[in-house]
Design a binder for this molecule. Structure first.
Ligand code: GBH
Length: 494
């Protein structure tokens, strides 16, 4: 048992009966300490109860097709924009591609066994569009469908609920060749694909997410160009790309509902996690304004069916062109909102037009291996709270949260990633606060089950709670995996 940190009994299950409590309290009272506060401070059972999640809270992990599957030329899969982009010299760290990745296309049973060993109750995975429609549209590829049916069956056999993301950035190259998300047609093709996959999986998958992180694939893919397809469009063109993407989401919601009225539909959004720098009324009010405005072209337009006035005003002539019918589709009601949260954006009140300002992180702000991954655990409390307050959302999930550590196996092959544990423990502590206050977060998906292909950062950055040796494909649970297992077993922050 290389990973045993401390005995379970020492903290959670120390048996203290009411009577022995009373005796203990009484004996303490003799030496002059007030009874009740002492009992509260020292009773382990009470302390852990305070850190518990409600029964049925869904503990999961997340991955994405291109980041784990490999097998890019197998069983009739078409090429995606990431195949093209990652093979272009100079676009990714070390020239790394997802050609093999975690080889999960072949090793999915092993991966599900890892999930089961951790005690996971849910698995968020994504479907590669070019496995289903190699050309983006036209004739479906049965072998691609078969793969996801096999994967889902394996999850269900192991008592793990599948949560299916339909688009985690692997757009068929054939569609990019026709304009990709610059073309409104892509939104229509996406909704058709989404309805088709739902029709093939909805007998066994009950939760679908249309898209992962619209902000990321539009702004990085078509704005800064650091992700596929690597374009750097002008502001007006980028605004139109973003509009087509949210339209694709809305049309997909409708297509999914049309083929499978019983399934639950949401998305995984990397909301700008606006967080009051100080927990005081003026800061909280400012953070709420910021949450709405900073997400104007993503979650806000999906929740409200309209772009904010300030968003359109600021863009001016670069504002997207849209119709009322499109906005209605974009605002299609959802069953849940998934939030991908890694960092906090700190906010303070301002007398400017918006009523708030973002606070830039000082250079000394702590972060993980990725410079962007600053540590802001309070985001896991404030984002669900503000999203619920703004839009009265009935159900939320944290669909991604995690960190990249400098993971190096020791002489025994263990990865003792205490910094990732620190990250997870602190974020979960704030999530627990949210849930304890009645904010309807129903589950949490750790990013990621496995070290995997971290897009432009290749295999350099490791986000797994399971270490992957990319030479041998050997999977080894990290210490953070053991930590997460303990969290799940006790349904509490430990
Ligand atoms: C998520 O993105 C993705 O859903 C997932 O696929 C990914 O593996 C995971 O997080 C970890 O990164 O290079 O300085 O311009 C998280 C949001 C947005 C974070 C883009 C990195 C690039 C910053 N990502 N960002 S920079």
């Amino acid at each position: 048992m290389p990973f045993t940190l401390f005995s379970k009994r020492s903290f959670l299950t120390l048996p203290i009966s009411r009577r022995s409590f009373a005796r203990l309290a009484a004996s303490v009272a003799v030496i002059g300490t007030p009874t009740a506060p002492f009992a509260e401070q020292t009773a382990p059972a009470l302390r852990v109860d305070d850190r518990r999640f409600p029964e049925g809270f869904l503990w999961g992990s997340a991955t994405a097709s291109y980041q784990v599957e490999g097998a890019v030329t197998e069983d009739g899969r078409g090429f995606s924009i990431w195949d093209t982009f990652s093979h272009r010299p100079g676009k990714t760290y070390n020239g790394d591609t997802g050609d093999v990745a975690d080889d999960s296309y072949h090793r999915y049973k092993e991966d599900v066994a890892v999930m089961r060993a951790i005690g996971l109750k849910a698995c968020r995975f994504s479907v590669a569009w070019p496995r289903i429609f190699p050309q983006g549209t036209g004739a479906p590829n049965q072998k691609g469908i078969d793969y996801y049916q096999r994967l889902v069956d394996e999850l269900l056999r192991n008592g793990i609920q599948p949560f299916c993301t339909l688009y985690h950035w692997d757009l068929p190259q054939a569609l990019e060749d026709k304009g990709g998300w610059q073309s409104r047609d892509t939104a229509e093709h996406f909704s058709h694909y989404a309805g088709f996959v739902t029709s093939k999986l909805s007998d066994r998958v009950k939760n679908f997410m249309t898209m992962n992180e619209i902000r990321s694939f539009t702004e990085l893919g078509y704005g800064s160009g650091i992700h596929a397809p690597g374009l750097q469009l002008a502001a007006g063109q980028l605004a139109q790309v973003k509009h087509h993407a949210v339209l694709g989401h809305g049309l997909a919601v409708q297509a999914i509902r049309a083929v499978a009225p019983g399934v639950r539909v949401g998305l995984a959004d990397n909301v700008e996690a606006c967080t009051p720098a100080i927990e005081a009324p003026s800061y909280i009010a400012a953070a709420q304004l910021a949450m709405r405005e900073e997400n104007a072209s993503y979650l806000t337009v999906m929740m409200e069916g309209r772009y904010t006035d300030l968003y359109l005003k600021r863009l001016g002539k670069d504002a997207p062109r849209f119709t009322a019918a499109e906005l209605k589709a974009i605002g299609s009601p959802l069953d849940f909102v998934g939030l991908n949260i890694y960092t906090a954006t700190y906010i303070h009140p301002s007398s400017n037009e918006a009523g708030y300002e973002r606070i830039p992180n000082p250079n000394s702000f702590p972060h993980f291996m990725s410079p962007w991954l600053t540590v802001g655990p309070e985001a896991l409390y404030w984002s669900p709270r503000l999203v619920q307050q703004l839009w009265n959302v009935k159900e939320m999930y944290i669909t991604e949260n995690g960190a990249d550590s400098d993971d190096k196996p020791n002489h025994e092959g263990q990865v003792l990633d205490t910094d990732r544990i620190m990250y997870l423990r602190n974020y979960l502590g704030h999530l627990q606060r949210a849930v304890a206050e009645g904010i309807p977060v129903r589950g949490y998906f750790c990013w990621s089950l496995l070290d995997n292909y971290e897009w432009a950062d290749g295999y350099e950055k490791r986000f797994g709670i399971t270490y992957v040796d990319f030479k041998t494909q050997k999977r080894t649970l990290k210490l953070s995996g053991e930590f997460y297992k303990e969290v799940i077993a006790r349904n509490a922050v430990v």
